[in-house]
Design a protein around this ligand. Structure first.
Ligand SMILES: Cc1cc2nc3c(=O)[nH]c(=O)nc-3n(C[C@H](O)[C@H](O)[C@H](O)COP(=O)(O)O)c2cc1C
Length: 168
């Protein structure tokens, strides 16, 4: 397996982190991986809010039932769809997904752990208010980033045979 395939296969959600801060250069490498994601018409509809400040991290964490996971991550990245840049909602959301996955894989390749927080979208507007983003920003998810406390448990996937519906 080459490095890309290995990262795709070996990345696992990490839900327990050491308190160690994420270096600025690593943060920038992760954001840059998101920046290079594909998007429809190359419209790059994403915007990021980087949260390392303890008070803000705790306030964001309090907006999800996964508070315990989120609050101990030294870094949170909130990813938004900027409606001003949007041209096709489905394609924009797909692009944001690619952007977020790029960040997960980049962080993994740099020895960091991540978990994609979707449940927090139940209180999307509250998080948008808390982070004081412009009206045009719609929260798409929050990624918790940090040094893994321990090796995460392996995960499972359906067999490829179940997924290939047909071949012509
Ligand atoms: C759109 C999306 C939303 C998710 N939301 C949450 C979440 O709110 N809380 C959480 O602990 N994990 C969340 N996850 C992580 C999934 O639970 C995890 O990716 C899945 O169980 C597979 O495990 P793995 O990432 O270790 O392979 C989310 C993942 C995705 C892609």
């Amino acid at each position: 397996m080459n490095e890309v395939l290995q990262a795709i296969r070996k990345r696992r959600s990490v839900r327990k982190f050491t308190g160690e801060a994420v270096p600025e250069s690593t943060l920038r490498a992760v954001l840059d991986a998101g920046r290079w994601a594909p998007s429809g018409l190359n419209n790059q509809p994403w915007k990021f809010v980087v949260i390392t400040d303890q008070t803000t991290r705790a306030a964001v964490a309090a907006k999800t039932k996964y508070r315990k996971v989120l609050e101990q991550a030294p870094l949170q990245i909130a990813i938004f769809l900027d409606q001003i840049l949007s041209y096709d909602r489905t394609k924009d959301v797909q692009g944001i997904g690619a952007c977020m996955q790029n960040m997960l894989l980049a962080a993994h390749s740099l020895g960091l752990g991540t978990v994609w927080m979707g449940e927090i979208l139940n209180r999307r507007e509250e998080v948008e208010g808390l982070l004081a983003v412009p009206e045009s920003f719609e929260l798409m998810g929050v990624i918790a980033v940090g040094h893994p406390f321990r090796k995460p448990a392996d995960s499972e996937r359906r067999a490829l045979e179940e997924l290939i519906f047909k071949r012509y």
